[in-house]
Each structure stands twice: as structure tokens, then as C-alpha cells.
Design a protein around this ligand. Sequence first.
Ligand SMILES: [Zn+2]
Length: 424
Amino acid sequence: MGDVVVETYKVNRRKKGLNLNDIQEINRGLILWLLRRTRVSSRADLSKTSGLKQATITNIINDFISWGIATETGSIEGSKGRRSIGVALNTETHRVMGVRLTRKFFTVGLFDLYGSQESILVEQISPKEAGQVIVGRMIAAIRSVISAASNRLILGIGVAIPGPYVRTERTMTLMTERPGWEGIAIDKEIAFAVGLPVYLEHDAKAGALAEWWLAPERQDHETIAYIAAGQGIGAGIIINGQLIRGALGLAGEIGHVSISFQGHKCACGNRGCLEHYCSTLALSRYAEESIGDYPDSVLAADRSFAAILKAVQEGDELALAITRKAAWFLGFGLVGLVNAYNPHLIVIGDEMSRLGQVFLDGVRQSVEEHVLPSVYRRLRIEISSFDVDPVLVGVSTLAVEQVLYQNNPAKSVEGDANEDDLDM
Ligand SMILES: [Zn+2]
């Protein structure tokens, strides 16, 4: 997959060139990615797959071993049947953490460098709790996970937050139905409290990173859109391995793209925002509105998302009808994304995806109704295949990647690096 990176630089029209440090960081990122994909690989196979010279691979692996993120595993069989020393990521000593904040709960997970989840802590959030109080609880939860992993070295913490998230200001601009987060620097507060580097990312973009980094079958697709369909709707778009962020980091906020110009007024300033029609909140609202038409529905007693999910699995008529309705709207919204970005693959994750096949069928049907047949034939729409939360895994990978960034002299130290010293 080395050509993915090469391709990106072929098509980019950069205003600034790449110095050796930047190229080195890109190459290291590629090797890290290949090690994650193959789990164990010889230097010769890494060279062959990446297209990089053996000497370059040797230097990169030496760096990884000296930083503690890779180890030698002993003799393995290479691609030509020859035995050679295997290289793998260090799962013995090093860990990363992923933290996810949603409107209803937060989670703290501990992961190894391959993204395997070792522990997870979930805490519910009350709608009345102030943002600052929740950040305090997140810090306490992170500390308890760190102390339980006291014999491990934790490289850093990735924190996924719902959007719209203005990356340049590093705060959430709007959390639907949960005011009071504006101005809270979550990353700084956590970093200060626990003494580890913290990296913030928008939740859907973190999900897209997980799909790209860790789901082996995804990597053959050049353009992937991951849809976080939960209490809000967001998209993370990756083109040729690059996450699309836009000017402020808002790119992919499809939850606030209008599907009805006369629709419900949203707190973002727009009308008829997509998430008003196909989030878990919309689903509960549809149940409320239609319960009179389905007196025998099990949803008469409880119209929470958990109750709707269970009712769908039991074949409840109302639950199925509202699931199809929400799916139709999500599909309608995705048509905009298909026409704007032309993805090869759309992966739907988060709570709504748990509604399963009936939901997926509804989304597919709606997209098919509204795009050109030739476009639909070449488009795949799937539900995320992760058995853990892709957003949490994805955001934890940021902490691994930052090791490369921190070891780029051009970025970790102010001023020009001495490129002559660098051995590519
Ligand atoms: Zn909106």
C-alpha cells in the first residue's frame, strides 16, 4: 500500500515543499501502518510492500525499537519462504488510551499498539451535569485506568468529542441539547491533570481512522466515509489515506446539512438539519408521534433507544416502521455526501447501526432511489464490523501516530532541523 502515500503527493499542489524530516515522518507512518496491518513482518517484506529501500526500513525499525514501540519477534517465514527476523509492535510494555465523550455517557479505554482493547470503563452522564463537572469525572476515570495499568507505559490519550468541533479553537462549538461546553479546553485540562499528551479529534473522524487503520478489508478503498450515526450524525472522510478536515476542522458535519429548507430550526443556525431526521433522538420522537397508530406496540411503555433496539429485534411493527423512516432520511442525506465526495465505501457506525439489516437495507434503498444507477452500482454501503467502538479505537491510534510526529525534529523543536544529520 506504499503507493497510497506516493499517490497523495503526486496529486497535491503544495505551497511548501517537504523537507527530509517530513518525508521521514511519512515513511515512518507507512511502516507503522504496515506493521499494524500485518502484525508481524520481516524487514525485507516491509521493504517490498512499502517500496522503500532496505536501508531505510532498517533505520526506521531501529528508531521504533529505540523508542520502545517495536520489538523483534524471532525467526519467521518470509514471502519467499526464507526465514528472517520478525518485527512487531511492542504489546508488552506500551499502551495508549482512547476517551470518548457523547451526550449521554463517556468511555475510557486502554488499548495496545495494535488497537486491541484491554479494558473499558463507561460512565453515564446526566443531562443536568455541567461540562466542567463531566471533565472532572473524565479525569478521575482516566486516572483509575492509568493506575490499573501501572506496569505499562502509556504513550498518550486520544479524546473523541462530538461535533461541530472547531479544530482551530480546540473546543466544541455545539453539542445538541447539551449547552455549556463552549470554551472548555478538554485536552488541556486532561493533559494538565494526568501529565500525558492528549489529542482531540471529532468522533466521526476518529471512527474513519479506525476503519482505515485497522479494518484490513477497508484499505483497498481510496475514498472512505465513516458515518457516526448516534445522537447526532457526523461523517469522517478519508481520501487516499488523508482525513479531510477543511478550514476549521468542520468537514464532514453532514448532521448539519439541510435536507429541508423549511424544516425544524436547529441551534446551528440552519433549518432542516439531517440529524433532526435520523438520529437516535429522532427515532424516539417518531415512536412518540406514531404510538397512537400502534396500540399493541411494546414501545407503549418505553421509547428509549434501548427499548426500540430490542423491539426491532423482536419484530415490533412500530419499531420497524420508525427504523425504516430514519434509514430513509439518513440515505437521503448520504446522497449529498455521495455527490460531493464520491466515496467507494460508506461505513455506518454508532448506535443507529445496531438496528442492523433492516436499517442498512433502508439506507441502501434510499440512496439507490436518489443517485444515478451507474453511481449506485459502484458504491458500497456497510455497517461497521468492529466489535468494539471504532471511535474509541480510532482516537487511541492518534496517540500512537504522535510518537512519529514528536520524533520529527522539524516539528518537535522550533527552527530548522539540520537535515544533513538525518539518515533516510
Ligand atoms: Zn444544525
